[in-house]
Design a binder for this molecule. Structure first.
Ligand SMILES: C[S@@+](CC[C@H](N)C(=O)[O-])C[C@H]1O[C@@H](n2cnc3c(N)ncnc32)[C@H](O)[C@@H]1O
Length: 277
């Protein structure tokens, strides 16, 4: 077990899962590009870093049916939800468990066939510095695969950053509004992973998401990018309401509802790096 970072934001699995359809799609697209694993005459060993509520982790068991899969996460709330919903024997007779770990300090404790991470490494500063250790911990022919958002200059995130930088909120929040921006360009990921001796496949996709309901973009970011702000404001309901009212007004202008819903484009970066056999 690894030490858990105490200043991490508090996660709300229920809020996060409200958009699970849109959030699952990139994981399936990532999965589709992962080559066969080296495990032939034994169950595959798989790690999922930042596994959240476990609803995408369990999809790994659909492809590697007898695999032993471990989801690692920093959030007690997420781990509790994942344990409750998914831990135990999988449909194909494999095993799924969840453990606390900070991906910033995680290194493989045994050889893995696949290390995967979906929508989590953007929260992990310097995660590219860990690639060498993670690849080192793969069996020959094993794969490191991850997906991170690439939308930090989009209005949803730019407006959040600007609001956090206003004197009123800067004094209250410090750096909390900008805690999540830790991703590289696709070219950088490709160069680093190739430089570590892998066959690397790196790409990006912008999903043109159509969200429904009132203030749907605010509802989306409440599950992710707003976590540090909401955690810092904590029980101060007046401050939370005041912040959300300001942010809601900015988002409503940037993402007006259309006749069929609210269009919320979302760019994501993908990398699949296979260690040579
Ligand atoms: C946006 S959620 C993604 C969850 C899941 N992978 C999915 O695709 O639905 C990000 C997750 O990363 C976790 N996380 C953030 N920083 C982390 C860290 N340093 N180590 C481990 N997990 C982390 C959070 O607790 C959260 O569960």
């Amino acid at each position: 077990m690894h030490s858990v970072h105490s200043a991490a934001p508090t996660w709300d699995p229920q809020q996060y899962l409200r958009h699970s359809g849109h959030r699952t799609r990139p994981f399936l697209d990532l999965l589709a590009r992962i080559p066969g694993l080296p495990a032939q005459d034994r169950p595959a060993r798989i790690a999922d870093l930042g596994s959240g509520p476990g609803n995408v982790t369990v999809l790994l068991a659909d492809r590697w049916t007898d695999a032993h899969i471990t989801g690692f996460d920093l959030s007690p709330e997420m781990l509790e939800r994942a344990e409750k919903d998914w831990a135990g024997t999988t449909r194909g007779g494999g095993w799924l468990d969840f453990r606390p770990a900070d991906a910033a300090h995680w290194t493989p404790d045994e050889p893995y066939d696949l290390i995967v991470s979906n929508a989590a490494l953007q929260w992990v500063p310097n995660h590219p510095e860990s690639f060498a250790a993670w690849i080192d911990g793969l069996h020959p022919g094993g794969t490191l695969a991850f997906q991170v958002p690439g939308n930090f200059t989009s209005p949803s995130h730019a407006l959040l950053g600007e609001l956090c930088e206003t004197p009123e909120w800067r004094a209250r929040l410090g750096d909390q509004g900008r805690r999540f921006v830790h991703v590289l360009d696709t070219e950088d990921y490709l160069t680093r992973l190739t430089g570590l001796g892998c066959e690397a496949d790196v790409w990006e996709t912008t999903y043109c998401q159509l969200l429904q309901g009132e203030d749907p973009v605010l509802d989306w970011v409440k599950g992710t990018a707003l976590r540090p702000v909401l955690t810092t404001l904590g029980d101060d309901e007046e401050a939370v309401d005041h912040f959300l009212a300001q942010y809601r007004a900015l988002l409503a202008e940037a993402y007006p509802p259309g006749p069929y819903g609210t269009v919320f484009p979302f760019r994501r970066l993908f990398a699949v790096a296979r260690k040579r056999s």
